[in-house]
Design a protein around this ligand. Structure first.
Ligand code: ATP
Length: 334
């Protein structure tokens, strides 16, 4: 069966379609990555050739899907979206490959979750736009070669380290997305407040940006919450005072950490005496999946220097102790 039309897939996973930039030039931040991709996109358009395959990695919510949807729109080509977790066998990938029009984009999210067999099936598709299909079974089995129309694969992953080298090497462009600065997130808040028709003070926008973990998805969620609060508990305008009250009510702290982040830090402090503790053990205590901690919770806490990763596990830093209102132990930590 052919995959569902890409638009349906995207809409069903879309948090707020109005807030997602439509074209790359509307994207804020990630300038170096943007410039490099722009060069490749412009060259592909000028030569009338398909764009080279692109791999994007970085923590969730930093714009991988946004890049993957803006690039084909800028190129004026079709987009198909698939998820690595849903492609269990080569036959699941086959319709996407055979449907791909010349120069179109196939976006595979969570590409690190592809099973080995699907990954290997993709190698010739990516390199030579050709696939080998086995027909029949046992002694009657034969391999048929099929040519594909040249297309562009965009892969997204939270951790490039999880990809095999042969897969990684088949992407001509590999880019890592970093957390956004407070300045960039403030610009996103101000832009999106206009789209949401929400009057907002600049100081309030800055406040929301400062407690959004360097992440556009989080900044959008916080903005929506503060806007709801302003509508139902104030006169609709997001002033600094309204933003402060709304954020305090949702238990977002001064660094922008939420309850899940604080539970993680508290577990290392109270259950593991400040660490070191293995991520599996922490996950077990929190009743969470280790991957969720590694991919979603830890990157920002590591960047903020609240925890460190050591060969024996995660440890709270002095800053981590202080953030929890505790005195750090005598011995220097980290
Ligand atoms: P995941 O891996 O969890 O799917 P992601 O990295 O693909 O995350 P996106 O879905 O692209 O993240 O981004 C989340 C939301 O953040 C988007 O809907 C969009 O509104 C906003 N966003 C992301 N990047 C930018 C940007 N550069 N400028 C403005 N808004 C952005």
């Amino acid at each position: 069966t052919p995959p569902p039309p890409p638009s349906t897939v995207l809409e069903s996973r879309e948090e707020d379609p109005a807030l997602r930039p439509k074209h790359m030039k509307e994207m804020i931040g990630q300038r170096a990555v943007y410039e490099r991709i722009r060069v490749a996109v412009d060259a592909a358009m000028m030569r009338g050739e398909p764009l080279g395959h692109i791999l994007l990695d970085g923590p969730p919510g930093l714009g991988k899907t946004t890049f993957a949807t803006c690039i084909p729109r800028d190129l004026g080509v079709e987009l198909q979206i698939a998820s690595g977790a849903a492609l269990a066998a080569p036959k699941d990938l086959l319709p996407y490959l055979t449907n791909a029009q010349e120069g179109s984009v196939l976006f595979i999210d969570e590409i690190h979750r592809l099973p080995k067999a699907v990954e290997e099936f993709m190698y010739p598709a990516m390199e030579d736009f050709r696939i080998d299909i086995t027909l029949g079974e046992g002694v009657n089995a034969r391999t048929v070669n099929m040519n594909l129309r040249p297309f562009t694969m965009i892969g997204a992953t939270t951790r490039t380290g999880l990809l095999s080298a042969p897969l990684r090497d088949r992407f001509q462009i590999r880019e890592h997305l970093e957390f956004y600065s407070e300045e960039e997130l403030t610009t996103i808040v101000l832009r999106n407040a206009v789209i949401l028709k929400c009057p907002i003070e600049e100081a309030a926008a800055r406040k929301i940006a400062g407690c959004s973990r360097g992440t556009p998805r989080v900044v959008n969620n916080r903005l929506r919450w503060v806007r709801d609060y302003a509508t139902s508990r104030a006169d609709g305008e997001v002033t600094l005072e309204v933003a402060d009250r709304a954020l305090a009510m949702s238990r977002v702290d001064s660094l922008g950490l939420d309850q899940q982040d604080r539970n993680y830090l508290e577990t290392i402090l109270r259950v593991f005496n400040g660490g070191p503790a293995g991520v599996e053990a922490i996950a077990h205590t929190l009743n969470a999946a280790p991957d969720t901690l590694t991919d979603e919770v830890e990157p920002f806490l590591l960047r903020e220097g609240l925890v460190v990763r050591t060969s024996r596990g995660r440890k709270l830093t002095n800053r981590g102790y202080e953030h929890l209102g505790q005195t750090p132990p005598e011995e220097p930590v980290g």
